[in-house]
Design a binder for this molecule. Sequence first.
Ligand SMILES: NC(=O)c1ccc[n+]([C@@H]2O[C@H](COP(=O)([O-])OP(=O)(O)OC[C@H]3O[C@@H](n4cnc5c(N)ncnc54)[C@H](OP(=O)(O)O)[C@@H]3O)[C@@H](O)[C@H]2O)c1
Ligand SMILES: *[C@@H]1O[C@H](CO)[C@@H](O)[C@H](O)[C@H]1NC(C)=O
Length: 376
Amino acid sequence: MKTIPLILMGCGGVGSQLLQHIVSCRSLHSSQGLCLRVVGVGDSKSLVVVDDLLNKGFDDSFLLELCRLKHGGESLSKLGDFGQCQVFVHPESEKKILEIASQLGTKTGLAFVDSTASSDTIVVLKQVVDLGCCVVMANKKPLTSTMEDFEKLMAYPRRIRHESTVGAGLPVIASLNRIISSGDPVHRIIGSLSGTLGYVMSEVEDGKPLSEVVRAAKSLGYTEPDPRDDLSGMDVARKALILARILGHRINMENIQIESLYPREMGPDVMTVEDFLGRGLSLLDKDIQERVEKAASNGNVLRYVCVIEGPRCEVGIQELPKNSPLGRLRGSDNVLEVYTRCYSDLPLVIQGAGAGNDTTAAGVLADIVDLQDLFP
Ligand SMILES: NC(=O)c1ccc[n+]([C@@H]2O[C@H](COP(=O)([O-])OP(=O)(O)OC[C@H]3O[C@@H](n4cnc5c(N)ncnc54)[C@H](OP(=O)(O)O)[C@@H]3O)[C@@H](O)[C@H]2O)c1
Ligand SMILES: *[C@@H]1O[C@H](CO)[C@@H](O)[C@H](O)[C@H]1NC(C)=O
């Protein structure tokens, strides 16, 4: 039996779902000769570590209790009463993490799973990589800070996985890496990588006002609590930066041209969410409507996309042929068109749900399982 020990940083929507997947895949994995051993779990306040670190992981009832607690909004420190673990509070938890990484890293390939939404994990991730550990990320922040951090993390590419940073569980990174390693040059990537903006653009195409569509998207739970977090394009820009960097472009966030769907005067530091939804948003309806009509008169549709072509990396609204994979997109799916030498006239197309705890956690799990061949 091959064992992969792992430490999970962050157990919100994605992290908890990952633990549940691990538990429900036990018999599948053991039939494949694999055992995932969760030895530590951290949230924003504390870290719980299994008592008998070298020989055991948390048992499944402990992991499910952990998910139940986190789901109820509690802190991990409550698990102290449950036995089989020690609780550490920041900053002791960082020290403990490095200690575990040096004990288990080179020998076992201990995997650090980052399912936080924080940039605070970067420091620890860089250190554990040096100690021989593996890193699996759903969190985009470590790969979108400085180029120096990116290169440091990617210095051991076999030990670093981040499929779920772009398109959630969709095989975007895996496909690109295969294309890159086969020497097939990537000429252009164009993709709709925000479920929210995909939905918004296909709804306004039907003639609905932007304001109405965004309010509906919010009440359907498709948007962040403040929809401007989606409409700003920043999340798409982070994904674009990751794609551009794996294609070898040494660029930063500042090098990406980002079109926000709202003007600066309606930003979070000027307007409350309520004001934006009530008053601000309606002021944007006319402009979008005119753009939709102009595109339609050319037989085109508008999509909010990222475009990576040569050194150019842009995020914003583009007019695209109605009869193309992106033009046909309806609803909240992600769609990525990849043009290479082999896929030159007709692109390679990757499409499917690009968000959700379940698919994102599934992508993370597949990344972890993929690490097994690196260690004896
Ligand atoms: N959900 C999706 O559909 C999706 C899709 C693709 C990628 N992602 C990415 O996956 C990541 C997780 O998303 P989510 O929806 O699960 O977020 P979430 O529900 O907000 O969970 C974040 C978790 O990280 C913990 N945390 C915050 N700072 C931390 C720190 N410094 N050290 C350790 N833990 C820390 C939080 O602790 P507390 O519990 O104490 O607050 C929480 O448990 C994000 O980076 C997101 O962008 C999500
Ligand atoms: C993801 O999980 C979080 C926390 O459990 C939950 O609040 C949220 O509704 C879930 N999201 C989806 C789309 O199921």
